[in-house]
Design a protein around this ligand. Structure first.
Ligand code: ADP
Length: 320
């Protein structure tokens, strides 16, 4: 059984990515799973080439440092030729109406004076990611469910029209994982590409910066530590982060604090300790470019080998 997940290098890995996704990939993931840095997806809106390259490399280092099986990790652009070829075949299997119906496209394109065509077609690239690797399960939040449904429809259509090549993937709900909110605005989720990084803890932030950001986290005027996500989202967020770092329940943790100051200090220390080994190992990997290149090349080769027969079959059956 192959599970597939990705992280987009649109910013440095943040605490939410780590607690909600990367840490889980390290614990639950097997060598057959596919975890990749989706640098091609980071180009659907304006981007800076050297920053994109540096971020992809840094994210790769964080995944390996966090303990994700290196055999399951790759960088999407290392397969750009294979993915480009399959995307074209799938675009010739997909209708304009299907692409234009995607809610994310409507949301992200509205009000922009100019929209890259790739913003419209990126769900087809995502289908190529999934189908090329023969993924059975794609753990996704609600925002990506429609895209996996498209991949499903395209797999069925291709198989029915040309011959059985693709596994028909399923969107699955990821196991309940922490959903980390922005520290400065707890109504939003923590996001690596947020305009104002004051509310975002990055995995590679030095410990003192992590402490400062958490001490400044927005709470409320109620002055009582309770786990009440609706009424006290800022406090609930801190309790959830602390819970994710300590393996305890947010509700139980709330009883142990009387002031927000105590809660923030405990959360800051727990986060610093949780991130310390990942940060240190990431730094080591970034300081040893040859080793990181070797891991990357190996991941790319393994991923390419696994998908070659599927791409060859798809090209042959469509008459190419
Ligand atoms: P971002 O929204 O930071 O750009 P990505 O879209 O690259 O993140 O998602 C990478 C993984 O991190 C996904 O599995 C996503 O569900 C998870 N993730 C992103 N933000 C958070 C968050 N604030 N809390 C928990 N998980 C998150």
């Amino acid at each position: 059984m192959v599970r597939l997940s990705a992280i987009t290098p649109s910013g440095p890995v943040q605490l939410g990515n780590y607690l909600g996704a990367v840490r889980r990939w390290a614990v639950d993931g097997g060598e057959d799973d596919v975890y990749f840095i989706s640098d091609l997806h980071a180009m659907t809106t304006s981007h800076n080439p050297s920053r994109l390259r540096a971020l992809a490399r840094e994210q790769l280092a964080v995944l390996i440092a966090a303990g994700v099986d290196p055999r399951s990790v790759s960088v999407q652009s290392d397969l750009v030729r294979e993915l480009g070829a399959l995307t074209w075949v799938l675009e010739c299997t997909c209708t304009y109406g299907e692409a234009a119906r995607m809610v994310q496209f409507k949301e992200k394109s509205v009000g922009r004076p100019s929209v890259r065509l790739s913003l419209l077609t990126y769900p087809v690239l995502m289908a190529a990611d999934i189908l090329l690797q023969g993924a059975h399960e794609v753990p996704v939040g609600d925002d990506q469910r429609q895209h996996v449904e498209l991949a499903r429809a395209l797999a069925r259509r291709f198989n029915g029209t040309y011959g059985e090549v693709f596994v028909v993937p399923r969107a699955v709900v990821p196991p309940t994982a922490a959903r980390v909110r922005d520290l400065a605005d707890p109504s939003r989720k923590m996001d690596k590409s947020a305009k104002d990084a004051a509310g975002t803890v990055f995995v590679l932030d030095p410990p003192d910066l992590v402490r400062r950001k958490i001490r400044r986290a927005v709470t409320d005027e109620l002055a009582q530590v309770r786990y009440a996500p609706e009424e006290q989202p800022g406090v609930a967020n801190l309790l959830e982060v602390l819970a994710a770092c300590t393996g305890k329940e947010p509700k139980d943790l709330a009883d142990g604090f009387t002031t927000y100051h105590e809660l923030k200090e405990a959360t800051a220390e727990a986060v610093v300790e949780e991130l310390r080994p990942v940060r240190e190992r990431t730094r080591q990997l970034l300081d040893d470019p040859a080793e990181l290149d070797r891991v990357r090349a190996h991941g790319a080769e393994r991923t390419r080998d696994r998908c070659r027969h599927r791409l060859d079959a798809a090209l042959r059956l469509t008459g190419l």
